[in-house]
Design a binder for this molecule. Structure first.
Ligand code: A2P
Length: 272
């Protein structure tokens, strides 16, 4: 599995399993176990998803040693607003059944994120978190954070897929030395992206699925990609895109699908 080097000195596998909207318990545990069986070594959850316990269960059931797995969770908005980053982090560890995480993210840029960041820096220093980062940050949020941060974020996790490629923000993060993780890479649950005629055409051309075409596009854009699935066959097939290459021209054609159509909220306008 290809890895990307983070500015905080550790590597991150470029493919991870996303578990947003995956039900806690068996559904999550199975998805995680299948992903690890398919040689994923990176799982991305969040406190608000309510399935950290299922993630921990899946990891333990897989038999894969904890230290071989890159595990991410995120600090929820209400915990940031209430200044309880340290308590929320301890709750996440207990639910996951682990004593450290590889990556801990500020989930959304809500009031108080600068202070939360300082608490995360302390947890990082204490060895409880291997890397700290942010999610759903625009450039101006990164600017605000920079004023009080001692450590620069390792990653920014943002929405990006061919209908909303968010390429300017990705390029800006890369210029700052911040790695980018993309959520809803397949256009999100209930989306129509995978039926797009261009992706269907390229799937035919390369003998791959539309999902593999999109995920491969992400690998070649040097972003970290977090597709979600609860189906064993899809979890396995989404991984099979490290052994072919899209031409430069086809990369550009996929970029041309841009419609500026988000599936999630704009980080400047959300109400949760
Ligand atoms: P499911 O969990 O039922 O497999 P995103 O990662 O962009 O949020 O998209 C996830 C959505 O895409 C989920 O609804 C997931 O459904 C579906 N999905 C994941 N992998 C594939 C695939 N290979 N082909 C078609 N749909 C997929």
């Amino acid at each position: 599995m290809k890895t990307i080097q983070l500015n905080q000195g550790i590597g991150i596998p470029q493919l991870g399993l996303g578990v947003f909207q995956t039900r806690d318990g068996e559904e999550t545990a199975n998805a995680v176990r299948w992903a690890l069986e398919a040689e994923y070594r990176h799982i991305d959850t969040a406190r608000i998803y309510g399935n950290e316990a299922g993630v921990g269960q899946g990891i333990r059931a897989s038999g894969v040693p904890r230290e071989e797995i890159f595990l991410t969770t995120k600090l929820w908005n209400e915990d940031i607003r209430r200044g309880r980053a340290r308590e929320a982090f301890a709750e996440s560890l207990a639910a996951l059944g682990t004593d450290y995480v590889d990556l801990y993210l500020i989930h959304w840029p809500v009031q108080g994120f600068e202070q939360a960041w300082n608490h995360m820096e302390e947890l990082h220093k204490a060895g409880k978190i291997r890397a700290i980062g942010v999610s759903n940050f625009h450039s101006h949020h990164l600017d605000s954070l920079e004023k009080t941060a001692r450590i620069q974020p390792a990653v920014n996790q943002i929405e990006s897929h061919p209908y909303f490629n968010n390429q300017e923000l990705i390029d800006e993060c890369h210029r700052r030395g911040i790695a980018v993780q993309v959520w809803s890479p397949l256009g999100g649950t209930g989306g129509t992206l995978l039926k797009d005629p261009l992706l269907q055409e390229l799937a035919q051309k390369y003998g791959r699925t539309p999902a593999q075409i999109v995920l491969r596009w992400d690998i070649q854009r040097n972003v970290i990609v977090l597709p979600k699935s609860t189906h064993r066959d899809r979890i396995f097939s989404n991984r099979d895109m490290f052994d072919f290459e899209l031409s430069g021209e086809d990369m550009e054609r996929i970029r041309g699908l841009q419609r500026n159509r988000r599936v999630g909220p704009d980080p400047d306008h959300f109400n949760f």
